[in-house]
Design a protein around this ligand. Structure first.
Ligand code: FBP
Length: 322
């Protein structure tokens, strides 16, 4: 099996980006170890602090964030970072060529139940001539990403990544401590009979989404004429990994549960990187009004509607909004 660096060189990835990717992955190996030892190391449970999103931070959220932040800021490759666990963007090296947005531990509610969690990252080139301190560094559309990926901490630690030449799967080989390429150019099947949504929010969804999901549940007795199965891991990394592996539709739609906050998932370090991976694997990644990666960001913690996965099923869902 091919090691990471030759696999990236095969995709003509520039050397400085390869160096940054290797830096990011060094942090994920440490996080993978800490996650596997969390119970033994007293890292289960929550801190008394809340992040800027108003979420109580898990101890592992904080550990993963510090690990990721420190290794990136001391690398020399990074002009600035933005993280789910940081109130604002954090300046790095003024000569740094890249900016990195990340969710150090996605699916935090799964930590205490020993279920799937992961790290999500998105890399843009730094805007020339702009200060490292300037949060406008992150006002770049998702279609300008040069790399995106996640590391899934599951039975095996898996890296799923794209640099714009397809979406590839890697597995962390614990014997030599490196990621090995196990599948190149994964393709999301165009059609599917599997969907993922938090059903408990149903009464708060907009009517088009209610109608779409009701027709999925009606199965072969309804207008779709076939049965659908539902899955919900409650960690985007886990649900998207299933979609990339065998197809499906994943959605976190707008809802009126908190009218002042109609969306749940964050654009910069959840929706954009997952969109790049899904599109590079032949799927679609949309809101009900347009392509996620064409959204102009206005805040590093901005939230958006998400409908992504098997292309024909995403189209079917969007047809309910017409
Ligand atoms: P964080 O855990 O990083 O805050 O991410 C949000 C998230 O856990 C997603 O990974 C997941 O898709 C969603 O929230 C689950 O939402 P819900 O709690 O409504 O099931």
């Amino acid at each position: 099996m091919q090691r990471l660096a030759p696999a990236l060189r095969q995709d003509n990835v520039p050397l400085d980006l390869i160096s940054l990717i290797k830096t990011i992955l060094a942090a994920t190996k440490e996080i993978s170890f800490r996650v596997s030892q969390a119970h033994l190391g007293g890292l289960m449970g929550s801190t008394l602090d809340e992040n800027i999103q108003g979420e109580v931070q898990k101890k592992l959220d904080v550990v993963a964030n510090e690990l990721f932040k420190d290794i990136l800021l001391e690398s020399g490759f990074v002009r600035a970072i933005s993280s789910e666990e940081e109130d604002t963007s954090v300046a790095g090296d003024e000569k740094g060529k890249f900016v990195v947005s990340f969710d150090p531990l996605d699916g935090s509610s799964n930590i205490d139940i020993n279920s799937l969690i992961g790290t999500i990252f998105s890399i843009h080139e730094a805007i020339p001539g702009m200060d490292a301190e300037d949060p406008a560094q992150f006002q770049q559309q998702g279609n300008k990403q040069v790399c995106a990926g996640y590391v899934l901490y599951g039975p095996s630690t898996m890296l799923v990544m794209t640099t714009g030449s397809g979406t590839h799967f890697y597995v962390l080989d614990r014997t030599h401590g490196g990621y090995l390429l196990v599948e190149r150019n994964v393709q999301v099947p165009k059609d599917t009979q599997e969907f993922a949504i938090n059903m408990s929010n149903q009464r708060f969804w907009q009517q088009p989404m209610q109608n779409y999901i009701n027709d999925l549940i009606a199965g072969d007795t309804g207008p779709r004429g076939k049965n659908f199965n539902m899955r919900w891991i409650a960690a985007m990394v886990g649900d998207i990994h299933r979609v990339l592996t065998r197809g499906g539709l994943f959605t976190y739609p707008a809802d009126s549960k908190k009218p002042e906050q109609p969306y749940k998932l964050r654009l910069m370090y959840e929706a954009n990187p997952m969109s790049f991976l899904i599109e590079q694997a032949g799927g679609l990644a949309m809101t009900s009004t347009g392509r996620i990666m064409d959204i102009d960001p206005n805040d590093i913690h901005q939230r958006v509607e998400v409908i992504m996965g098997s292309a024909n099923e995403v189209e079917a869902c969007l047809s309910y909004y017409k």
